[in-house]
Design a protein around this ligand. Structure first.
Ligand code: IPM
Ligand code: MN
Length: 365
């Protein structure tokens, strides 16, 4: 098997964390006897600088031809004042839409050695393990009409039956392999589009009698995530609500620098850290590579079905954190400060260690 992957390192710390993730990916691939075929392309601000637009047709074509896309981060101050459609962010939205990536999975899981990093109390977040499943190619992000003039600005939040159905099916399927609970988050007390969403989700639920479905208003959900995050298993929600709730959920782990994400469609898949491009620390070998490396683990799992490799990689991250290594974003004085490359190498070493332990386990059976 060849792992054919398009790399879109992007802007700010994107290239550094992507480089870290690629180092880990190549290492894991070699351990599991598979080859990687990597093509790197400009995307976001760097593409605007070189080609005038955030996503070129050529880059898009390369993405179409690969098994998966690994993205770093996009955006930065120098592109902030560009017209809406010319911003780096517009490239990301176009990429998601064109690759048909309708499902965005953002896990909110607490690493056990990491309880003290969150601003929330230990007993509130301990054992928290849920995912935000965000609809990614519809809703108010893409709805027409949209625009602004001197006297007003407008957007449209619209969902079709098919759009809600396919993400709802995925939510129930994911819950099947987890704790069998889906919380669908909407604003059905105010928005017609949400009432429609709720009706469709309830309909699809009939196909999954062993899964519990709960409906929750988004304002309440935001509160519940910080009040009692353990109550959640799969949070199913629309594009904009998922954008907001996944940032809130991110703080359970203490740093956005830890959170990976997967964006999946019928044919394509894209993996990226939840964090942004952090231009203030770019180029200093200081960025936290864990979100990017954990995104590789999600890629191994979802695109390449290399479940064992993904598991070992997740465990290697956990073990590295247990040894007390911390990048600046998560550093406190009792820990050992690590650079991006030191953290990456430590994760690779721990991967090797766990890999060897497990191989030995098989041998002694
Ligand atoms: C995210 C980001 C993007 C979004 C931006 C950069 C377009 O905030 O992936 O959560 O709003 O989807
Ligand atoms: Mn966001």
């Amino acid at each position: 098997m060849n792992l054919k992957i398009t790399l879109l390192p992007g802007d700010g710390i994107g290239p550094e964390v992507t480089k870290a993730a690629v180092k880990v990916l190549n290492y894991v691939a070699q351990k599991f006897d598979v080859a990687t075929e990597l093509i790197s392309k400009d995307f976001g601000g760097v593409s605007i600088d070189n080609f005038g637009i955030p996503l070129t047709e050529e880059t898009l074509q390369v993405c179409y031809k690969s098994n998966a896309v690994l993205l770093g981060a996009v955006g930065g101050h120098q592109w902030e004042n560009l017209e809406h459609q010319k911003k780096p962010e517009a490239g990301l939205l176009k990429l998601r839409k064109n690759l048909g990536l309708f499902a965005n999975i953002r896990p909110a899981k607490v690493y056990s050695s990491f309880l003290d990093a969150s601003s929330l109390k230990n007993d509130v977040i301990e054992d928290t393990d849920f995912i935000v499943l965000r609809e990614l190619t519809g809703g108010i992000y893409f709805g027409e009409p949209r625009g602004y003039n001197k006297s007003k600005g407008w957007n449209t939040m619209v969902y079709s039956e098919n759009e809600v159905e396919r993400i709802a099916h995925l939510a129930f399927k994911m819950a099947k392999d987890r704790n069998k609970k889906v919380t669908s988050v909407d604003k059905a007390n105010v928005l017609e589009v949400s009432q429609f969403w709720r009706n469709v989700v309830q309909n699809i639920h009939q196909d999954y009698p062993d899964i519990q479905l709960e409906n929750m208003y988004v304002d309440n959900a935001a509160m519940q995530i910080v009040r009692n995050p353990k109550q959640f298993d799969v949070i199913l929600t629309s594009n904009i609500f998922g954008d907001i709730l996944s940032d809130i959920a991110g703080m359970i782990t203490g740093s956005l620098g830890m959170l990976p994400s997967a964006s999946l469609g019928e044919k394509h898949a894209l993996y990226e850290p939840v964090h942004g491009s952090a231009p203030d620390i770019a180029g200093q070998n200081a960025a936290n590579p864990i979100a990017a490396i954990a995104s590789v683990a999600m890629m191994l799992h979802h695109t390449f079905q290399m479940t064992k490799a993904a598991e070992i990689l997740d465990e290697a991250i956990e073990r590295t954190l247990k040894t007390g290594l911390r990048t600046t974003d998560i550093f406190k004085e009792q820990y050992k400060l690590a650079s991006t490359t030191e953290m990456t190498d430590a994760i690779i070493e721990n991967f090797e260690e766990i890999y060897n332990e497990q191989a030995l386990g098989v041998f002694t059976l």
